[in-house]
Design a protein around this ligand. Structure first.
Ligand SMILES: Cc1ncc(COP(=O)(O)O)c(C=O)c1O
Length: 361
């Protein structure tokens, strides 16, 4: 059976070796006579899985001891509410930078769930989110409880290629679509989080990495399931965790280690992105609308001059085995998501296909 090259923005491709390993272990995990999908999350055999996944996450990303790693459910979108509920507890001010749909949703959710002072300190909406604002410390309020950004903007194909200086205000970042794609200095952040379904595991797992000293100040009436302190105190086992996704996360982390860790991952991802952007920059048919220095290496957006030609390209590409290249429904055009698991060959073949399409249309 031929596998397609899947450019989906999420859920997305997983490494084939990881899928094969999961398949081999699916009926009988390590002689337990059970699938990981079937076993109690309180069992000894499962405990070893979640503990190892935690350990590997810390190793691979270089997470310092004063940060907690939480394995949660609810998707990134649930954290849009959990973050203000947990952390707008001092001045009750929070600063948001709007660089696309997900940061705007997070901002709106904060406005909805708290009565605090939520401020959009900057936005790139004036140019359809095709760039990342250049901000300095002066752009953030010195007494805010936190500042919030979306580090990689999945829909628009932009990425913060610098970490804004927010002074003493803890910086929080949604890293859903660039998690584990390259090394990251966790100490520059108070909290980073993301849904797993792009680079880490199948859907169902949300990973939150949070500086320990920020925990424990949520209001009494916070829903228990949204209280990060409860989750941290219970080692992500307050209730049933997303067991299977955590197991898959462990396998993906082992795969990342086996290919040389995040430094190697970064080179692999930069190489793929360069192949695609170089072609786009030379093409007369396809155009990438993003300011060059703000380009994402995970989500590459492009358009032709007409909706009809875009639609033809997406259909012809799918017929040739390059699937899920349609842009997000809110922006149209095309988007190739080239997360960790996309092999270089997938991008090379896509570019060959695009060049042939350009010649023939
Ligand atoms: C950057 C970013 N944030 C948040 C979300 C929402 O994630 P979820 O579907 O896990 O709630 C997405 C989903 O694509 C995303 O790309």
């Amino acid at each position: 059976m031929a596998r397609v090259f899947n450019f989906s923005a999420g859920p997305s491709m997983l490494p084939e070796s990881v899928l094969n390993r999961a398949a081999a272990e699916i009926l009988d995990y390590k002689g337990s006579g059970q699938s990981v999908m079937e076993m109690s999350h309180r069992s000894k055999v499962y405990d070893a899985i979640i503990v190892e996944a935690q350990k590997l996450f810390r190793e691979v990303l270089g997470i310092p001891d004063n940060y907690k790693v939480l394995f949660l459910q609810g998707g990134a979108s649930t954290q849009f509410a959990a973050i203000p509920l947990n952390f707008m507890n001092g001045s009750k001010k929070a600063d948001y930078v709007l660089t696309g749909q997900f940061s705007t949703k997070a901002y709106k959710e904060a406005c909805k769930v708290t009565d605090g002072d939520v401020l959009a300190v900057a936005s790139s909406k004036d140019k359809t989110f095709t760039y990342i604002p250049k901000l300095t410390k002066a752009d953030f309020r010195a007494d805010a409880d936190y500042a919030y950004i979306c580090f990689n903007n999945t829909i628009y194909g932009t990425k913060w290629n610098y970490i804004p200086d927010t002074g003493d205000v803890p910086l929080f970042a949604d890293v859903s679509s660039c998690f584990l794609s390259e090394p990251m200095d966790v100490t520059k952040f108070g909290l980073i989080y993301g849904g797993a379904q792009k680079n880490i595991a199948p859907a169902g797992l949300t990973v939150v990495i949070v500086r320990e000293d920020l925990l424990g100040n949520a209001p009494e009436n916070i829903p228990t399931m949204l209280d990060y302190k409860v989750m941290a105190d219970n080692d992500s086992m307050y209730n049933t965790p997303p067991c299977w996704s955590i197991y898959m996360c462990k396998l993906v982390l082992e795969w990342i280690e086996s290919i040389g860790g995040l430094e190697a991952m970064k080179l692999h991802n930069e190489k793929k992105a360069a192949i695609l952007y170089d072609y786009l920059d030379s093409s007369k048919m396809f155009n990438n609308p993003v300011v060059k220095e703000d380009r994402s290496i995970m989500n590459v957006t492009f358009v032709t001059e007409s909706d009809e030609l875009n639609a033809k390209f997406v259909a012809d590409a799918a017929a040739a085995g390059f699937v899920n290249l349609k842009g997000h429904r809110s922006v149209g055009g095309m988007r190739a998501s080239i997360y960790n698991a996309m092999p270089i060959e997938g991008v090379e073949k896509l570019v060959e296909f695009m060049a042939a399409f350009e010649k023939n249309n």
